[in-house]
Design a binder for this molecule. Structure first.
Ligand code: ZN
Length: 383
């Protein structure tokens, strides 16, 4: 009897140790090749011919170019994230849009996230933006002065929605927003623009004359602090996978109403069944470099493009004197992780524009800790 109890005790201890070990030992193999870690820590572009490999939400980017931090009609925001990289076709599109937009009454573009230097999945945010063909543009016009590095980190974008509603704030919406989106849609290479359903609704109700461009403007969650611009697969990117064509028509129909009636409607509270004991949460699959198109392995291994040749040679830069920015010495993925969402947290741009910028008496650390809670960005389900 005594022996049986002892045996059982030993067996139990042994099992407990085995289970604990299984829980504690991290999956080294998976962690080492987790694509978001590999691509999220890359500081520079792959010295290869420019090419977008794979799909917007599963791929990588070779031979990327960087959007210059400043141009006469744009400023790059959230510099610490190092996401100002894209296929040359996209960077050129953003430059051209900034010029067109400026002529259409939008002072200039505040450029948000584009892609990482070699594209790929990111450690934070964005299901897409992986192949250098997606860019986020703030729905806040560029101020009349150059923002400092710190301001570009801390300043919040301004939502165009009326507070607490899913509709555009009519006191602020004006023709310049329509012009901006119309200009963006007018480029043949631009296939989609993602905006909040409230913005799409406003366009459906107010755009006069040619309305065909509204086909490219797609309603989506979030996207009221910024809009998302997507171009098609560039020529020469042979393994870039095209997205399905958009449904013909302006989209100003019952499908738009679905967003308000179903997608954005407050969720009804339903009693949750107690399934805690029976269903274990599934471990999300770690996307490894091997899960990406084959060519992405060469993109990871390739040498780094020298900085001088990596910045896009924008024509509009001739004669433009870029401001001196207090840039960090090198890219720090951890700082990028801690960067503020554009939706909240800092002073809104209006307030900061009105104030005079004090010259700091001592150089500020670009890694100053964020005070207060880090705001949670608007959730964006997969698109
Ligand atoms: Zn985006």
């Amino acid at each position: 009897m005594k022996t049986t109890v002892l045996l059982r005790h030993v067996l139990c201890r042994f099992l407990a140790v085995v289970i604990a070990a299984a829980l504690l030992v991290p999956d080294h193999a998976a962690a080492q090749t987790a694509a978001k870690k590999v691509f999220g820590s890359m500081a520079g572009a792959a010295a290869l011919k420019p090419a977008s490999h794979g799909f917007y939400s599963r791929g990588c980017l070779a031979g990327a170019v960087a959007m210059p931090f400043d141009g006469p009609t744009w400023q790059v925001m959230r510099i610490s994230r190092n996401r100002r990289w894209g296929h040359p076709d996209l960077i050129s599109t953003i430059e051209q849009l900034s010029i067109k937009a400026n002529r259409g009454g939008w002072n200039g573009l505040l450029v948000g996230d584009i892609s990482q230097p070699r594209g790929g999945p990111m450690l934070t945010g964005h299901a897409s933006h992986q192949i250098g063909l997606d860019a986020d543009i703030w729905l806040t016009p560029m101020p009349n002065r150059r923002l400092t590095y710190r301001e570009r980190e801390d300043t919040s974008a301004i939502s165009i929605l009326k507070k607490g509603t899913n509709y555009v704030d009519d006191r602020r919406w004006n023709k310049s927003y329509e012009n901006l989106l119309h200009h963006a849609a007018s480029f043949p290479q631009v296939e989609r623009l993602l905006v909040h359903p409230g913005i799409k609704k406003k366009l459906c109700e107010t755009v006069k004359g040619d309305r065909s461009w509204l086909q490219k403007v797609r309603p989506y969650y979030g996207h009221h602090y910024h809009f998302h611009l997507r171009i098609g697969c560039p020529r020469g990117s042979t393994d870039c996978r095209k997205q399905k064509a958009t449904t013909p028509g302006t989209g100003c129909d019952s499908s738009l109403q679905w967003w308000f009636d179903v997608a954005l409607a407050p969720k009804k509270k339903t009693k949750k069944k107690s399934t805690a004991k029976t269903t274990k949460p599934k471990k999300p699959k770690v996307i490894t470099v091997a899960d990406l198109p084959q060519s992405c392995q060469a993109v990871v291994k390739a040498g780094e493009k020298p900085v001088q040749t990596a910045v896009y040679d924008a024509k509009s830069l001739s004669g433009f004197v870029a401001p001196q920015l207090d840039l960090p010495a090198r890219f720090d993925p951890m700082a990028a992780l801690a960067s503020r969402p554009i939706e909240a947290g800092g002073k809104a741009l209006k307030a900061i524009t009105a104030a005079t910028v004090p010259v700091p008496s001592k150089p500020q650390s670009v890694y100053e800790p964020i005070t207060g809670p880090i705001p949670v960005p608007t959730p964006r389900p997969k698109r």
